[in-house]
Design a protein around this ligand. Structure first.
Ligand SMILES: Cc1cc2nc3c(=O)[nH]c(=O)nc-3n(C[C@H](O)[C@H](O)[C@H](O)COP(=O)(O)OP(=O)(O)OC[C@H]3O[C@@H](n4cnc5c(N)ncnc54)[C@H](O)[C@@H]3O)c2cc1C
Length: 414
């Protein structure tokens, strides 16, 4: 049986950042990875995807973006290359092709069954990702068998789909991008839009992520957010990282010929039923976007930047066609594919420690797992700040948690 001080599970950006932080503190550790470094980007993302965060924001501990296109958006292959390079840069002790089957609490630490081995560690960091499984609503089970179903984890390109119309369920980042790509392939696309976050790609000449960072929104701490559960389950913004920084909101998609309908409620007798509150949902998304733009304008004025930036302006409200259908017969042959772009969830089912709530999510306080001293989780949305949802958030999160691990190990020694 192998013994190490700490085990990090997962060699995505979060696990690699943690490895770097543990090395900085001379904490002996290994990183267990079921595939290769950046496995999720290699195996679970569609090839045309680009990061929706601009390149300058891809900051990890000891690594700043320096490849000459700070305002561009890295494609999936580039993310894989960046993370592979980063793993080498920080000398992460990654054990690839080693799936963790179980983690159990034992006296003085944890027993980890990984690959064919049993390991012992005093601290374990779960960095296995927040997007391991598609979150599919109950309505999925009632689709007619003639309809092909896909999720963003299994989708690769439109060529994979049968001929015919496509219903994309979910209008967040994945849903709007895939609706657009599939529509461009010549298939008629219907997009079911529930609650969504509308944001412009750029505002007053700056990328929206510049504003989200500059105004301090991304730095808001988890223990200062009123409704943390809601913040942690907020849909991703309707953004895409196209080279031309294109806007990807519902007005744009509708103008391209994509039919927008309300939230999918249920499928009964092969008929998809959509909510009639699309206009309200869109009005709310517009309101929230305008609230943020107001905050951005106030911040710019207070920072004395009004002279350097183009003047404030507002975007056209989302137009909702009053003839939007409330039903779609999925047995008619019009729709041959349903793509569930309804979000993702983590998979910690292999964790043999009772730290998950009834919905399956790990209970934690800023990444320090509740009721299991020495166990940590990293890479979850709004883990410690709103930035935790994005790659660059792992820099501060891993720093804070590595410090906690160091104190925990010292307290055990005493
Ligand atoms: C479609 C999509 C687009 C995104 N776009 C952006 C973006 O533009 N900008 C941004 O900042 N963020 C983006 N994100 C969010 C986030 O940065 C990614 O989800 C990121 O991959 C999370 O990194 P991670 O290291 O936490 O997890 P992952 O990258 O998922 O890494 C977890 C690793 O753990 C491994 N693993 C899992 N289970 C086990 C096990 N039992 N044993 C061993 N290894 C295991 C996996 O193989 C994987 O390599 C996006 C997410 C998705 C899904």
């Amino acid at each position: 049986m192998m013994q190490t001080t700490a085990v990090v599970i997962g060699a995505g950006h979060a696990g690699l950042a943690m490895s770097r932080r543990l090395t900085e503190r001379s904490i002996d550790h290994i990183v267990l990875e079921r595939g290769e470094v950046a496995n999720s980007w290699r195996t679970q993302r569609w090839p045309s995807l680009r990061l929706l965060t601009p390149n300058w924001q891809t900051r990890l501990p000891g690594h700043d973006y320096a490849d000459g296109d700070p305002n561009g958006f890295t494609p999936v292959a580039g993310v894989v290359a960046t993370l592979a390079r980063y793993a080498r840069l920080v000398g992460a002790p990654v054990r690839a092709a080693t799936t963790v089957h179980t983690v159990r609490a034992v006296p003085q630490g944890f027993a980890i069954h990984a690959g064919d081995d049993l390991l012992r560690a005093r601290a374990v960091v779960l960095a296995t990702g927040a997007c391991n499984l598609p979150a599919i609503p109950g309505a999925a089970g009632t689709l007619p068998p003639s309809v092909t179903t896909l999720t963003p984890l299994s989708y690769r390109d439109p060529g994979q789909l049968p001929n015919g119309g496509v219903l994309v369920v979910g209008a967040s980042a994945s849903g709007v991008q895939l609706a657009d790509e599939i529509h461009r392939s010549g298939r008629p696309v219907t997009l079911a839009a529930g609650e969504h976050v509308r944001l412009p790609r750029t505002y007053r000449g700056r990328d929206i992520f510049w504003w989200l960072e500059a105004t301090g929104l991304l730095a808001e701490r988890y223990d200062q957010i009123d409704d943390l559960t809601r913040a942690r389950h907020l849909p991703s913004p309707q953004l895409t990282g196209t080279p031309g920084a294109a806007i990807m909101d519902l007005n744009t998609l509708a103008a391209r010929g994509i039919r927008i309908v309300g939230r999918l409620g249920r499928v009964a007798d092969g008929v998809a039923q959509f909510s009639g509150s699309l206009a309200n949902t869109c009005a709310l998304a517009d309101l929230k976007m305008n609230r943020f733009l107001k905050r951005a304008d106030q911040w710019a004025t207070a920072a004395g930047l009004d002279g350097d930036l183009p003047p404030p302006h507002r975007f056209a409200p989302t137009h909702v066609d009053p003839r939007t259908p409330l039903e779609l017969d999925l047995t008619s042959g019009e729709i041959t594919t349903v793509l569930w772009a309804t979000g993702f969830r983590p998979d910690h089912s292999w964790l043999d420690i009772p730290v998950r709530d009834r919905t399956g999510y790990i209970r934690h306080d800023g990444g320090v797992v509740t009721g299991a001293p020495g166990l940590y989780v990293l890479g979850m949305p709004v883990l410690r700040t709103r930035a935790s949802t994005y790659i660059h958030g792992a820099a501060d999160d891993s720093d804070a948690l590595a410090s906690h691990i160091l104190s925990f190990l010292s307290s055990q020694r005493r």
